[in-house]
Design a protein around this ligand. Structure first.
Ligand code: ADP
Ligand code: MG
Length: 316
């Protein structure tokens, strides 16, 4: 199939330049050398960025709509983990081809989520090369109120915002709608993140695997440990049905790409959680407790269960 030659500026104007007039905080968006943003008084700015690479973060046969959605979603998930409200984004896009159909669907996926959260695309860069996208998002949070990884204390409860292991399970079974949705269309837990301000002592979004990401909280909170009751970990029914409970649990503990929040709450604040506005149907689930003894101990899976290694790390 022959495609019309598309130049960089035509491409930007056609697919990524949208009217941003009236968007508060964006004085100059796409089209100049830089974007000009004005911060609201009394807030801190949170900046997050994430790169998605074909073959590593998404498959080439995945729908371009889901690739565009996911590139923004993983960044919004980081904003959620900080308790922030997302405001603006930049998109650095490296493309092997400029197929209008592909780009149209990619942009639709990206803007579907951007519009839902009133995030304005304020700039980016477009280059030719292997399919890769880097999204940067700026968000706001009341001054000094950001949720950090470093605030967990001994005795805090450990919670997760929703079922784990679905994205990893999707890679092992085919045509399971719930699992495919978890992999391709993760929901950034922005509402929950904001309502955890003043309630949670620490938070992280689960991108590399539950135990690996929980470990970051424990390390950064002063080398603490955790007791986890694996029987309380929320799983996907479809994963348990297709792969069996042991495998589904393994993927929930180590799999990654969940984009649920893992956070710690002092016991006296647990009751507040029940009244929170939350973007998760089932509500957060308590899965363990922070303890002073270093290391993560996982109970409730029987004694023949062994697994080494933790989480996903890029290796060269
Ligand atoms: P410069 O050469 O000054 O870096 P460019 O010519 O690369 O600027 O980009 C022109 C404008 O288009 C800038 O405002 C830039 O932020 C924006 N832009 C470029 N690529 C994208 C993209 N993929 N999505 C959104 N905005 C983009
Ligand atoms: Mg440029």
């Amino acid at each position: 199939m022959r495609h019309q030659l598309m130049r960089e500026f035509d491409l930007i104007n056609r697919f990524f330049r949208r009217p941003s007039a009236g968007t508060s905080g964006v004085d100059v968006g796409i089209g100049d050398d830089g974007a000009v943003l004005s911060a609201s008084p009394g807030v801190d700015t949170i900046v997050v960025t994430d790169t998605s690479v074909e073959g590593v973060h998404f498959r080439s046969d995945q729908s371009p709509h889901s690739i565009g959605y996911r590139a923004l979603a993983v960044n919004l998930s980081d904003i959620a983990a900080m308790g922030g409200l997302p405001r603006w984004a930049t998109l650095n896009l490296t493309l092997p081809h400029a197929h209008p159909e592909w780009l149209g669907a990619f942009a639709d996926g990206f803007f579907e989520l951007a519009d839902r959260w009133e995030v304005t695309l304020v700039g980016g860069d477009t280059t030719r090369g292997p399919l890769t996208m880097t999204v940067t998002v700026g968000g706001e949070v009341a001054r000094g109120a950001s949720l950090l990884r470093s605030g967990a204390r001994v005795g805090d409860m450990i919670l997760v915002s929703g079922p784990l292991g679905g994205a990893a399970a999707a890679l092992e079974c085919s045509n399971q709608a719930d699992l495919d949705r978890a992999l391709q269309y993760p929901t950034p837990r922005l509402m929950l993140g904001q309502s955890l301000l003043g309630v949670a002592t620490s938070a992280i979004d689960i991108s590399d695997g539950f135990l690996a990401d929980l470990q970051h909280i424990l390390d950064q909170s002063g080398n603490l440990g955790a007791n986890i009751d694996a029987s309380t970990l929320p799983l996907f029914d479809a994963a348990v049905r297709s792969l069996g409970r042991t495998k589904a649990l393994d993927l929930a503990l180590y799999g990654g790409d969940d984009y649920e929040l893992c956070f710690t709450v002092p016991p006296e604040k647990l009751s507040v959680l029940k009244q929170l506005k939350c973007d998760v149907d089932s509500g957060p689930v308590c899965v363990g407790e922070v303890v002073s003894e270093k290391g993560c101990r996982v109970h409730g899976i029987g004694d023949r269960y062994e697994r080494s290694g933790s989480g996903y790390q890029h290796e060269w």
